[in-house]
Design a protein around this ligand. Structure first.
Ligand SMILES: Nc1ncnc2c1ncn2[C@@H]1O[C@H](COP(=O)(O)OP(=O)(O)OP(=O)(O)O)[C@@H](O)[C@H]1O
Ligand SMILES: [Mg+2]
Length: 216
């Protein structure tokens, strides 16, 4: 199987105790995988490891069959990975919605006019184009979440790491996210507590606990 993400014997210890060990996972090309588990078990930590934001783990992380053993090595793949943090306040870099969605495109060298059109297109597909000139910090939590998802999708990463993408979303917004994610052929890891959301999206579900990932 062609794997986008491989974890071998990953274990993580924070300042006080060992969170998890023996985490093994293969996420194939365009495969969607969900991770569930109790509060505090370490789901967000594991996603941050895969997103290249947490380096003090033991074990092996591979992206597209390349062993990632340093921050420098991760850099080569950073633009292939779209990461939605659990708390989207950690995500935004620009104060205005459309500017935020344009930011990653501009950083990749897309000219301003094209970036604006692309950003608008993705906002329209998520049915939030009416928010384009609003200030991020005046949006509701759910609106912020959808804007962050728009921003991530705009750059077309090969891998999506989504940490609780639908918490704080209403039923209609959740359905839009399901439809959009189902229409995207990418490798995805989705962390969620919403069983109905996961059922519609990811055929493979693992539970994280302190001794590893268990297939549900
Ligand atoms: N920066 C940090 N320093 C110390 N401990 C931390 C830090 N971040 C998280 N933790 C602790 O690590 C544990 C795992 O946190 P994590 O956020 O990964 O859990 P989670 O499974 O995502 O939980 P939830 O379902 O509530 O989102 C928790 O006990 C948390 O308190
Ligand atoms: Mg979490």
């Amino acid at each position: 199987m062609s794997c986008s993400i491989t974890l071998k014997q990953i274990s993580y210890k924070n300042s006080s105790n060992r969170l998890f060990e023996n985490v093994n996972l293969n996420v194939g090309h365009e495969e969607k995988v969900a991770i569930v588990g109790a509060n505090g078990v370490g789901k967000s930590t594991l996603i941050r490891i895969i997103a290249g934001l947490e380096h003090s783990y033991e074990g092996v992380l591979e992206l597209f069959h390349n062993k990632i053993d340093s921050k420098k090595e991760y850099k080569k793949f950073r633009s292939d990975v779209g990461y939605l943090p659990q708390d989207v306040n950690d995500y935004f870099l620009c104060p205005v919605v459309i500017e935020d969605v344009m930011f990653n495109l501009r950083a990749r060298g897309v000219d301003k006019e094209k970036a604006y059109c692309e950003a608008l297109k993705i906002l329209e597909s998520l049915e939030i184009s009416h928010l384009k000139d609003r200030t991020i910090f005046e949006l509701s939590g759910g609106e912020q979440k959808i804007v962050a998802i728009a921003s991530i999708l705009s750059t077309e990463p090969k891998i999506l790491l989504l940490d609780e993408p639908t918490n704080a979303l209403d039923v209609n917004a959740e359905k839009r996210i399901v439809d959009i994610l189902n229409g995207i052929k990418k490798s995805m890891i989705i962390v969620s507590h919403h069983k109905t959301f996961i059922d519609k999206l990811a055929p493979t579900v693992y539970t994280l606990n302190s001794t590893g990932l268990e297939l549900n």
